[in-house]
Design a protein around this ligand. Sequence first.
Ligand code: SF4
Length: 349
Amino acid sequence: MTKAIKAVGMLSGGLDSLLALYLMLEQGIAVKVIKFQTPFFDWTITDCQSAAADNEEFVINRSGLTAGERVLDCEIELVDLSVNYLQMLHNPRYDYGRNVNPCIDCHILMLQTARSIMEEEGAQFVFTGEVLGQRPKSQRMPELMLISHQSGLEDQLLRPLSCRLLPTTLPEKEGWIDRDKLPAFQGRSRKPQIELAKQFGIKDYPTPAGGCILTDPSYSKRVKDLWEYVGKDKITWEDYNLLKLGRHLRINPNLKIIVGRDEAECNILRQFGKERTIIELVDIPGPVVLLDKSSDPYYEIIAARICVRYSKVRNLEKEFPVRIESANEVKIVNVRPYKLEEVEIWLIN
Ligand code: SF4
């Protein structure tokens, strides 16, 4: 019989949190599952497309779950974390990981939010799919304890997959769950999780579409470039979405150029171009090039030459017609392409 004990479970979209959910349901806990969303999590190019088309700052996830859906007899809620996310990203108390991933602060923010939901729901505790020692910076014992404390959850936070290796939590003390029936997973190996998935009969478990893009080295370089030249306080979600697309070239402190790499990216960049300057070759296949809003004619010529460089044109001596469209005017200019080595020094990658 189901106990009158309720927990809020954080679903990441991967196997670990799904196993944690199974373990809680197996022990008769009623669960409300929450899945956090920002444009950085589980991103795909389709999201950028939607954001551009709808002028939305935030796009619903691709995890296969939708709000209100019931899986394994538990309610799922998608929770938009983007409102407070940038403030945390720009000023993390516990610094960044290897790239621009503020994992400890990010976990704290998610768990603070989960705690509020727990209180609203009248639930007794929160659980996650975290595994002790799985990630070097945010899942060692001191960090797990720090996160429990700073989230305000303390012993109301249970990590079922590593339960027997961690200090006893409230649901164990109260006898709501049986600690001895929970695992003692540790480290980076996935074998125990795969074995447990087999025991639960889980064959097709979700995998995150693109993970967290803040851990991507190339994306992180682009982010750091924006932080340096634009300033953290001026950067919007649209800027962060644009960093996911195309090649990015920093020409000087005032000028950055984005070059679409394929048709899909070019189509999306065109939609982002409403308040920017868009440059394309006339009657010759080539990329869409996007300039920042404050372009001037000198910069437009640089961008036009870059546009020809990244087309199929290989004649460096000849001029080619390029269309420059800004909010106020459309004009055609004839320019020669840059040499590849002239352009490569500007690439942020
Ligand atoms: S990898 Fe990304 S989503 Fe995960 S904790 Fe770190 S910053 Fe947050």
